[in-house]
Design a protein around this ligand. Sequence first.
Ligand code: KG4
Ligand code: ZN
Length: 345
Amino acid sequence: MKPFRVLALESSCDEFAGAVIEDGVEVLASVVASQAEIHSRYGGVVPEVASREHLRNLAPVLQGTLDAAGCGWEEIDAIAVTQGPGLGGSLLVGVNAAKAVAWARGLPLIPIHHIEGHLYANWLRPAREAWDDTPPPFPLVALVVSGGHTELFWITDHGQVERLGQTRDDAAGEAFDKVGRLLGLPFPGGPVIERVAREADAQTLAATEPFPRAWLRGSYDFSFSGLKTAVLHRTRAGEFDVPATAARFQEAVVDVLAAKTAAAADELGAACVIVAGGVAANGALREALAERCNVPVRVPPIRLCTDNAAMIGAAASYRREREAAALEFDVFSTSGPEVFSAGTR
Ligand code: KG4
Ligand code: ZN
């Protein structure tokens, strides 16, 4: 059978990314133009700067993606793009580029929710080759942990998604980024906190009080703002060791995420657990989940955890029969109409 190739674009935050995905599994190309270095000067993403940079990166990334995939336009069967959530100006660049190429080439255009994209990184070959090349088995529990989202889903089949819980305040990645700033570390805080925490001296760590956890018992919801405030108080109190404080913070976040995910998998009888989003890159989280869950835990390789377009192309591949959009759709900068922000679909 002729392969089905999706050209995907992702521009929701400070990365402009392109990818070509074949049959929902093969990554023929995945190109990411990151602006992390530019935004680290400001201690966070500056929306206006992000959308302007996207405009500069658009044409080179698009052409670079096709070149890397060794594909001409005639070998592309559909276009996919992140519709939201994300920064409005950033999303507009990707969405309008996708509409333009879909219209010009007469190709179907498939808008994808960013969180659905993150989940589908687990269906790509690089994520499943450690599992005898099988896709994640349903039913499954999915933990999504990114800069904007912390959610637990129960997924029984493609498109059959129920949200079990979510953060009531900060997302896990947001907490990492804010605490990174409190500790005087560069942006984004997540990967830096992980690295610094590994350098904590054993004795100093033992002498450093653990932080309290917000268990929110009886629910699968999360809360990280109290933890962030606890770190703030400790840094204001004067003497504190950066690596040990980073380690104690990371341990508190990981403890709650892993415990609730494992509990959900047990309670509902999941066949596996999948993890997605930028914070899924965290080694301590991966270890804790593998240790505590009674079913296999699948996490994509790091380059597919943080924002990329390959995951958007994968998500679109599993939806292509169901919905090719008219070109009139708009971006949604906040949650969007779908289950990944609204319950069930
Ligand atoms: O999914 P992502 O790339 O972008 C969003 O959709 O938000 O996630 C970015 C978030 C940032 O908050 C970043 O600090 C966090 O993921 N992150 C990490 C690690 N790598 C990225 N957090 C903890 N440990 C890491 N190794
Ligand atoms: Zn993301």
